[in-house]
Design a protein around this ligand. Structure first.
Ligand code: GLV
Ligand code: MN
Ligand code: MN
Length: 405
């Protein structure tokens, strides 16, 4: 049987591999990534899988079916984190999938199982959300290899320094015929399940997102000498833009919008900010609604910049459309939830997940596990042992009863 205690203990062990003392930050292709992946690969082997790091930094374990080489049910989640993260976002899905394979105790199924710990879902280091799963799905743009981190290191260089192969961006791709389904267990990262007293829920679709980067350039100057009427302050312009994003996001109940990062230069108490860079993240369950929000935000930012006499550049960093979960997989997850004795709650995912990339090669589904106070992307992220156990047993039931489409 699955062990909830071992799942939580392994999430704790992974959380120790962090660049942040006393907290958790683990970015793609860092020494902490290497250490976390080594732990995961060891657990995969213990569970009876062959395991290794692929050329793009994903930890991949394979458990053969009744015959070697059968198509697989792909399970997993990510091993990278946001800055100052919680310890379950991503890791719970990887560790639970391994626990389910271990619980088979060598029993063979009419399909293989692969568990993947994706290396770069959050995109913190290079701004490349879901690079690992895009590569597995064969949809990663080779131009991504030239993206740089904050120190000017490209993905290509970082992969080579890590002992990996940039060609992996294409060579790790799977064929559609090799993957029967992609199923991910993840904490909900929101408050719905908790508010309804339910330990697990079945995801209907993952909301799409658009990510933009904005640069505003005015004129830096002396904070004491330049009269207010003669300033070209990039930060006051950005402040208006931030509020415009909030106003647009509030215009529709299904839309959310966030300015999560802002940097003002030169950044001194006595200097008028001459240059500001900020990001915009819009999400919605309908692609047209999100596209409209992006158009409105771009128009408002340009209008604000023109009125305040600052130059503006807007760059689209990434766009991923809504990823619908497959009804045939959802109904198998629903049966597993019901067999655990819980009502089936279906809900959309506001957060992004690797299924958004993997939908290009396989039908996808997700099982959410309740988290405390709906808090995520925060060190206060928490789940109970009971819920970890319910999630794992539900996933195990799903695997045991899995019927390909
Ligand atoms: C990934 O965690 C996201 O930003 O949704
Ligand atoms: Mn996350
Ligand atoms: Mn996640």
């Amino acid at each position: 049987m699955v062990s909830a205690a071992r799942i939580l203990q392994r999430c704790d062990e992974l959380a120790r591999h962090s660049e942040l003392a006393g907290g958790l930050t683990r970015i793609f292709l860092s020494p902490e990534h290497r250490a976390a992946a080594a732990l995961v690969l060891g657990w995969m082997r213990e569970a009876g899988m062959s395991a290794g790091l692929d050329d793009i930094g994903n930890a991949v374990g394979r458990y053969e079916g009744e015959r070697a080489g059968l198509p697989c049910v792909m399970l997993g989640s990510h091993l990278d984190t946001v800055r100052d993260a919680g310890r379950y976002d991503g890791m719970l899905g990887v560790v639970t999938a391994i626990e389910c394979v271990a619980a088979l105790k060598g029993r063979k199924l009419p399909f293989a199982i692969e568990v993947i710990g994706f290396g770069d879902e959050e995109g913190v280091r290079f701004g490349t959300t879901m690079l690992g799963s895009q590569a597995i799905a064969g949809v990663a743009d080779p131009a991504l290899l030239d993206k740089k981190d904050a120190h000017g290191v490209t993905i290509r260089q970082a992969l080579i320094e890590f002992g990996l192969n940039p060609a992996g961006l294409k060579t790790v791709a799977r064929r559609k015929s090799d993957v029967l389904a992609y199923v991910e267990l993840h904490i909900e990262q929101g408050p719905v399940l908790e508010s309804e007293g339910l330990p697990v829920g079945v995801v209907t679709a993952i909301n799409g997102f658009s990510r933009l980067k904005v640069a505003l350039r005015g004129v830096a100057g002396h904070a004491g000498t330049v009269p207010m009427s003669l300033r070209r302050d990039a930060l006051t312009a950005a402040a208006e833009c931030v509020l415009a994003v909030e106003r647009i996001a509030k215009s529709d109940g299904e839309l959310v919008g966030t300015v999560g990062r802002i940097e003002a230069k030169p950044g001194a108490i006595n200097v008028i900010p001459g240059e500001v860079h900020f990001t915009i993240d819009f999400r919605a369950p309908r692609d047209e609604l999100r596209a409209q929000a992006v158009r409105s935000a771009a128009a408002e930012v340009q209008a604000i910049a023109a009125r305040r006499n600052v130059r503006c550049e807007i760059e689209t960093l990434q766009e991923l459309g809504v990823a619908a979960c497959a009804p045939w997989l959802m109904s198998q997850l629903e049966r597993a939830v019901a067999a655990e004795g819980f009502p089936v709650r279906k809900l959309p995912s506001g957060a992004g997940h690797d299924g958004m990339a993997l939908k290009s090669i396989a039908d996808i589904a997700m099982l959410f596990v309740r988290c405390k106070d709906g808090i995520s992307h925060n060190p206060a992220e928490a789940i109970s042992a009971d819920d970890a156990g319910t999630g794992a047993r539900t996933l195990f039931r799903f695997i045991e009863a899995f019927q390909a489409a």
